[in-house]
Design a protein around this ligand. Structure first.
Ligand code: ADQ
Length: 489
């Protein structure tokens, strides 16, 4: 009874994201097996102590029948998850279409898919309609489960229409929205046919958050230039109502990585990897296989380094681990073939009978293998062409307290703003510059590495995921209190 009452004192947090943090597999007509996928957002929110969090989102599977939907809803409830059911057509138009084919490339300054530009322009309206319909379906589920006093935290570019839908249901609902990608310059956002509707809807939220100050500034200037609203130091004002806009840089659960390094299985993996690559410096890339990650650029820079530094050719190896994503999209299939072709060419050119300079894996590694790999790495290469933050750079730093390796980091990743002083910053489009950064990293003195690592390690272990989530939610609560006070005065 005591436990019951203390639980009910906690404020409820409804986290709304396109995908639930589970993978669901149907076993038979009315039973499902569920596995929690431990991403950054999950561990960030597990650490939010003062809230009782529930997730609302799509389970990533098509469940057309009612029996299946009921069974899945019941199974998910045990994991504190609530499903939004989307049919195949809407997933195609909303998720593959508007989210991944239009917003994702645009927000990363890649424009619309090259070959498909006209076709995309033609199907734009139907995809945007589906996007709005899908967001309304999310809003219906949130509204059904909302209780007075709950905080609703909407995530990412999939749900830009959600704040407005929610406020239409209930103007007093506390709504926050956070973008995990960059928000581009207003000159880029201006090209979106639905530019105004999206901005207005996001502004319906009480608090709008971005990874960096630059993204927040781009958003405010899009609101002033496109909507003609007033941008202030606090956010955006529209007819006396202020939407607070600020930067909340995400972090990782650094303790989880540091603790994992002590585990016997990780220690075994570390030993094995050290033996396997003895006598060679290990360079590492870990990315989703996405155009924004600049994987071909990274590999070409490595080739240039090998070309220009014959003395290093048999003393360095690049391990590139690339998880395939969006594998049904032609652009992504093309990227995969392109990467394979470049890797094959370079290995053919610089490999010997017993060793190749690049090990490329098209797959994901489990958490413990990843920690071991981070720990044995001498140089991590993050060459994103654009990246909201980039958590791989944080994870590498967390696992490097004994080795103190070097981070080569793209200046176009949000992480450059926080880890820039400890990393070697590069423009990933300039392969000559990246190649010479590799040389600089390999020759760096132990003293310099120690100094740079200390800076980054302190940042990563103090600016954690838990901090990020707590700061956002408590600021959202404060924003509401301030708005009440302003209205009363
Ligand atoms: P992502 O684009 O997915 O995230 P990132 O921040 O680097 O990029 O996070 C990727 C996560 O996936 C990391 O936790 C990493 O360990 C894991 N991962 C990647 N490749 C892997 C592999 N081969 N095997 C196993 N695990 C792998 C989006 C934005 C980012 C932003 C995050 C969080 O694009 O810019 O930092 O959200 O807001």
């Amino acid at each position: 009874c005591g436990r019951q009452s203390s639980r009910s004192l906690k404020q409820r947090l409804l986290v709304v994201a396109n995908r639930l943090p589970v993978s669901a597999v149907r076993k038979d007509e009315d039973s499902w097996s569920l596995e929690i996928s431990a991403g950054g957002l999950v561990s960030a929110l597990l650490g939010v102590k003062d809230f009782e969090a529930k997730w609302i989102g799509w389970a990533g599977v098509n469940v057309p029948d009612e029996v299946g939907q009921r069974a899945l809803t019941k199974a998910l409830a045990e994991k504190r998850c609530i499903p939004v059911f989307l049919d195949e057509e809407i997933v195609h138009q909303y998720y593959n279409g508007y989210c991944n084919n239009i917003l994702w490339p645009l927000f990363h300054y890649l424009g619309l898919p090259q070959e498909d530009r006209l076709a995309t322009t033609r199907s734009f309206q139907s995809q945007f309609d589906a996007y709005k319909r899908a967001n309304q379906m999310f809003a219906d589920v949130v509204n059904k489960h909302y209780e007075e006093g709950d905080v609703v935290w909407c995530h990412d570019y999939h749900l830009m229409f959600l704040p407005e839908c929610l406020k239409k249901y209930n103007i007093n609902m506390k709504v926050g929205w956070f973008l995990h990608t960059p928000f581009p310059s207003s000159e880029i956002h201006r090209t979106l046919p639905s530019r105004s509707e999206l901005l207005k809807s996001v502004l319906a939220a009480d608090l709008v958050g971005f990874h960096t100050y630059d993204y927040a500034r781009h958003f405010v200037s899009a609101c002033t230039r496109i909507l003609g609203l007033e941008g202030t130091r606090e956010g955006v004002e529209d007819q006396g109502r202020l939407t607070r806009v600020a930067a909340f840089p995400i972090g990782i659960d650094s303790e989880r990585f540091i603790r994992a390094l002590e585990l016997p299985q990780v220690q075994d993996d570390i030993r094995e990897l050290k033996e396997r690559f003895a006598g060679r410096k290990v360079m590492l890339g870990v990315d989703r296989l996405d155009m924004i990650k600049g994987i071909p650029q990274k590999i070409l820079a490595f080739e240039k380094f090998l070309e220009e530094n014959a003395n290093w050719r048999d003393k360095v190896v690049l391990l590139q681990i690339a998880v395939p994503t969006r594998t049904d999209v032609p652009e992504y299939q093309k990227l995969t073939s392109q990467v394979h072709e470049i890797v094959g060419r370079i290995n053919g050119r610089f490999g010997t009978l017993t060793a190749v300079p690049i090990h490329h894996l098209d797959r994901s590694l489990d958490f413990h293998q990843l920690c071991a790999l981070y720990a044995v790495t001498d140089i991590a290469l993050v060459t994103s062409l654009r990246d909201g933050m980039n958590l791989v750079s944080y994870e590498f730093v967390a696992c490097q307290d004994s080795k103190k390796g070097v981070l080569i980091l793209s200046e176009f990743a949000g992480a450059a703003q926080s880890l820039g002083a400890g990393a070697i910053l590069v423009n990933p489009w300039n392969i000559t510059e990246v190649a010479s950064a590799i040389g600089q990293a390999l020759e760096m003195t132990a003293e310099d590495r120690e100094k740079r690592h200390r800076h980054n390690f302190t940042h990563v272990t103090t600016h954690t995921a838990q901090n990020w989530a707590e700061t956002f939610v408590s600021e959202l609560n404060d924003t509401i209190i301030e708005a009440h006070l302003r209205r009363r005065n």
